[in-house]
Design a protein around this ligand. Structure first.
Ligand code: BG6
Ligand code: MG
Length: 218
């Protein structure tokens, strides 16, 4: 097993719990169109881009919109989502994340962000985490979303790291698939039963340290 050179992090659900805000904003959009969006349906949207998420929601509600209407609704959803995100402070960073990133820095490991979100930089600024990442690959840079490996391959290239020496941290099934398709090691954040293709699964960073990662992939 080659030594670990870089760690690539998803944003939503890994660094910060923005999934609850996505859900509120998508649910409002569904309600405006005359149907509801359940929590379980919202799970299908994790890691999926804004416009693809909208297509899934419209299909769930059996609603057809023109391209112009879709753009309008997506813009409206994003404004609501961002207004909710603006309530966040650095204290909203998920437990243990900052400490784990500090440990990586001390250990000489490169760090990058790999997110489908077009709001990644705004959110990182909001929680004062922008400086923790040497590269940011977000929804504005990628041309094809997770589960395609592009987002993490771009991150590895930015950091001049070999994919086989990269570890990806992801809470979404599509994100784990993206990491594995890139030939990287994948740490699932969440439940084993959901993130079946991850190499290891942890509940979060609260009790996870640099040495635990090294031991897991030794
Ligand atoms: C992902 C989220 O990180 O980003 C998805 O898991 C979201 O739920 C996607 O749809 C795109 O986010 P944004 O901020 O560009 O609408
Ligand atoms: Mg995520």
């Amino acid at each position: 097993m080659p030594s670990i050179e870089a760690c690539l992090f998803d944003l939503d659900g890994v660094i910060v719990d923005t999934a609850k805000y996505h859900y509120i904003a998508w649910r409002q959009l569904a309600n405006d169109l005359g149907f509801d969006l359940t929590h379980a349906q919202n799970e299908l949207l994790k890691g999926i881009s804004r416009m693809e998420s909208l297509e899934i929601i419209l299909a769930l509600g059996g609603v057809k919109l023109t391209d112009e209407e879709k753009l309008q609704r997506a813009t409206e959803k994003n404004s609501r989502y961002l207004a909710l995100c603006m309530q966040m402070t650095p204290a909203d960073t998920l437990p243990g994340v900052r400490a784990f990133l500090d440990e990586l820095k001390k250990g000489g490991i490169k760090t990058g962000l790999g997110s489908a979100s077009k709001n990644a930089k705004v959110i990182l600024e909001r929680i004062d985490m922008l400086s923790y990442f040497e590269t940011i690959v977000d929804g504005n840079r990628i041309t094809i979303g997770k589960p395609d490996p592009q987002v993490f391959l771009m991150g590895a290239a930015d950091l001049a790291a070999l994919p086989a020496q990269c570890v990806v941290f992801e809470d979404a099934l599509a994100g784990i698939q993206s990491a594995k398709a890139a030939g990287m090691l994948a740490v699932g954040i969440g439940e084993k039963a959901v993130l079946t293709q991850a190499d290891i699964v942890i509940p979060g960073f609260a009790d996870f340290h640099f040495q635990d990662m090294e031991a897991a992939f030794a």
